[in-house]
Write a protein of this length. Structure first.
Length: 253
């Protein structure tokens, strides 16, 4: 039985965060790591694919939030008949209960969908009290929140590129920075997402995205493998130069 299967069957088990997300502990002094590992534990819940309410069973609103350990979650905001989506994965900090769309001047709805079965760590009041002993870890978590805001700004910039081909290529390289793995043929980006999801991310129509993906594959920029992951060919510098020089195919929305 895999760790994910065990979590789905036995929700609420605890894990050591140092094992799950070692980057959070980069600022902790080496002599403190073992003690921090033993004390900084969190309950973990599994989320199956499909619509998600944004809550976890038997857990109140955590003091810090929910930390994605693996898998993919899509947050979609709908307002004025339009949708925009944010892709979230390992390392992202969530607070889904913070939603004031009904009271906003321009009302909006928020929807959460689990695209790949995932595990989330519940960073509750107990975790916060213990983590106060290691402010470096709390600082790293606050940094994750700021980083997510920066990535959203980058996504908005990508969505404003004139050509859909460019938007997709830039988005793929952005996701490669976050979750990609370098291989002998290129960079593998483990995003088993639909064309509709990609369309929401780059602010385009699904048929336009499908056509653009065909062109990117035909020109050797990307390749979709049998496991539905994406392989980015060439390098990010090549992509940046192509975007600057207008080499990508001109496509209207």
């Amino acid at each position: 039985m895999t760790m994910l299967e065990r979590t789905l069957r036995e929700p609420g088990a605890t894990v050591e965060l140092l094992d799950e997300d070692p980057d959070l502990f980069d600022g902790v002094r080496p002599m403190e790591l073992r003690r921090a590992q033993a004390r900084l534990r969190a309950k973990v819940h599994g989320l199956r694919r499909g619509r998600w309410s944004g809550t976890v069973s038997s857990a109140a609103e955590p003091a810090v939030g929910l930390l994605v350990l693996d898998g993919l979650v899509l947050r979609t905001v709908e307002a004025c008949g339009r949708r925009g989506s944010e892709l979230l994965g390992p390392g992202d900090l969530l607070r889904p209960w913070e939603h004031d769309g009904a009271a906003a001047s321009i009302p909006f709805d928020v929807r959460w969908d689990v695209l790949e079965t995932c595990r989330i760590a519940v960073l509750d009041q107990r975790f916060l009290e213990v983590a106060n002993e290691w402010p470096e870890v709390l600082s790293a978590l606050f940094g994750r929140a700021v980083q997510r805001a920066q990535w959203l700004a980058l996504q908005l910039t990508i969505a404003n590129l004139r050509r859909v081909d460019d938007r997709l290529l830039a988005a793929f390289w952005h996701f490669a920075d976050r979750w990609g793995t370098a291989g002998p043929d290129g960079v593998v980006v483990p995003l088993a997402v639909t064309h509709d999801v990609l369309a929401q991310i780059v602010s385009a129509q699904r048929p336009t995205v499908t056509a653009a993906l065909h062109r990117l594959q035909e020109t050797g920029r990307v390749r979709r493998d049998v496991d539905r992951t994406w392989l980015l060919l060439g390098g990010p510098l090549d992509t940046a130069l192509a975007l600057l020089d207008g080499h990508a195919i001109d496509v209207a929305r």
